[in-house]
Design a protein around this ligand. Structure first.
Ligand SMILES: O=C(C1CCC1)N1C[C@@H]2C[C@H]3C[C@@H](O)[C@@H](O)[C@]2(C1)O3
Length: 136
């Protein structure tokens, strides 16, 4: 009913702000767009559910997130995909290897997103979203 729609509008505004903060952080530029399957032809053989911050922003607008937990699940997906496609064992391991930096940034993205949302989100608000989500 109207009160629930108001809550979900507020959630979308909050999640757009989170998405913007993450996408505008230069550390996370590599997660802002889908991996280019022309540039990386075997990517979809290995990663079955690609995800990126631009896609997440679109999902907010399409009402695909009913609570912060669903949003964080997609952040987790970005992180897991990066760790799976760029594993330590894959290349000859140079100390400053590109894949090592990707793995490090993926872990930073996950930790930063959780901390940002936990610090800026009212627990009661998330509980309200969860109760709406379960009823739908
Ligand atoms: O996994 C990723 C992104 C980084 C986090 C998501 N990629 C797979 C390719 C391997 C590595 C080097 C380039 O080939 C570049 O295309 C990618 C992009 O980085």
């Amino acid at each position: 009913y109207e009160e629930e729609e108001h809550t979900l509008r507020e959630l979308r505004i909050f999640l757009r702000d989170m998405c913007k903060k993450l996408a505008n952080n230069r550390l996370f530029f590599m997660f802002t767009k889908p991996v280019d399957t022309e540039e990386v032809p075997d990517y979809t053989n290995i990663i079955k559910q690609p995800m990126d911050l631009e896609t997440m922003m679109t999902k907010v607008d399409f009402h695909r997130y009913e609570c912060a937990r669903d949003f964080l699940n997609d952040i987790e997906l970005i992180c897991q995909n990066a760790l799976e496609y760029n594993p330590a064992s894959k290349h000859v391991c140079f100390r400053t290897s590109a894949d090592k930096q990707i793995r490090h940034r993926a872990c930073s993205l996950r930790d930063y997103a959780y901390t940002l949302i936990k610090s800026e989100m009212d627990t009661d608000f998330e509980e309200k979203c969860l109760s709406i989500s379960t009823k739908r």
